[in-house]
Design a protein around this ligand. Structure first.
Ligand SMILES: Nc1ncnc2c1ncn2[C@@H]1O[C@H](COP(=O)(O)OP(=O)(O)OP(=O)(O)O)[C@@H](O)[C@H]1O
Length: 307
């Protein structure tokens, strides 16, 4: 069942085109992550989907109706900036939002779920930035929403806390909650999302599962050797196309099975190196390929016909 859908959505602010004809749909129980550079239009799209921005063109449907008509009891929305009154405790903030619903969840259970039980009696304004973000997330979960919009949910949260919240979001999705999130954290998108959409300059330039996007746009597996000395000797020793960049030599398309032979070849050639690493392409490579800022390697020079 389609939970939300846009067709040709456009939004301009004066001379700025925030959304330039965005069409997408998200199915029940799906986790959809929207990524893209600052100013790409992510928040504008979330706000169009939740009915707080009126698009200039195109159509938006949420739960089978116009966003403003959608049943609020079934929605949870965590905006990018959310400013509850500072002189309420964390528990009072969540209780305030719980009070807006007839059938709200237990406030302490929600605080525990987002990992802020310890700060339950602390004034919101005295909570750390990460604790505040968790309290706000808790406030969006009080009505046990069917559809959850999370605009940069883990910004400002420490790595361990981020993982706790990822677990929580995964558990919600496993329970059937549809999640639409925006993030600048490629690990977050890769870990959580069934599908990822990359928005650039108001255009949805790629949509697919993280695996599909990486296969299509992520480029090759690569081996990087950081040398202590002249990189060209290392590049020669690799016996394959490579590129030098400062003290690094990068060869693309290297299979894991070839790493042993490469190490032997470097040893035979007497190449001194400080690091040898091998990496699969990731969503970050997709992002950089499709929306990143391009730059020329500082002292790079192609070796052996590398492109
Ligand atoms: N209310 C507004 N008035 C004027 N311009 C706006 C308004 N809201 C957004 N914009 C502009 O629309 C464009 C898209 O902004 P938006 O906040 O949707 O981007 P974003 O992808 O969410 O960015 P970020 O990653 O920085 O949060 C930007 O150029 C922004 O300046």
């Amino acid at each position: 069942m389609t939970v939300l859908a846009t067709d040709g959505v456009r939004k301009t602010y004066g001379e700025t085109t925030a959304l330039d004809g965005v069409s997408l749909s998200v199915e029940a129980g799906e986790v959809f992550a929207l990524i893209g550079p600052n100013g790409a239009g992510k928040t504008t799209l979330v706000r169009s989907l939740t009915g707080t921005v009126d698009p200039d063109g195109g159509t938006v449907e949420l739960l089978g109706t116009a966003p403003r008509e959608a049943d609020e009891d079934r929605l949870g929305v965590l905006p990018q900036s959310f400013s509850p009154p500072g002189r309420l405790t964390a528990r009072e903030v969540v209780a305030y939002y719980a009070g807006l619903y007839e059938d709200a969840r237990d406030v302490d259970a929600v605080l525990a779920e987002v990992g802020v039980s310890d700060a339950a009696d602390t004034w919101y304004e005295n909570c750390s930035g990460g604790q505040q973000r968790r309290v706000c997330l808790g406030a969006t979960l009080v009505n046990d929403p069917d559809v959850l919009f999370l605009d940069e949910p883990t910004t400002g949260i420490d790595p361990a806390g981020r993982r706790t919240l990822w677990d929580r979001i995964e558990a919600l999705a496993a329970g059937g909650t549809t999640v639409f999130l925006t993030t600048h954290d490629m690990n977050e998108a890769e870990r959580l999302a069934d599908r990822v959409g990359l928005l650039a300059d108001g255009d949805l330039v790629a949509v697919g599962s993280p695996g599909e996007l990486v296969r299509e746009h992520g480029g090759d597996r690569r081996l990087t050797v950081t040398v202590d000395g002249d990189p060209t000797a290392a590049a020669d020793a690799l016996g394959r196309e490579a590129m030098t960049d400062g003290d690094r030599v990068v060869a693309r398309g290297v299979e894991p099975a070839a790493i042993g032979d490469i190490v032997d070849a470097l040893d035979r050639a007497g190449v001194e190196y400080t690091e040898l690493s091998w990496a699969e392409p990731s969503l970050e490579d997709v992002y950089l390929a499709l929306a990143g800022e391009r730059f020329e390697p500082r002292a790079g020079r192609p070796v052996a016909g590398d492109d």
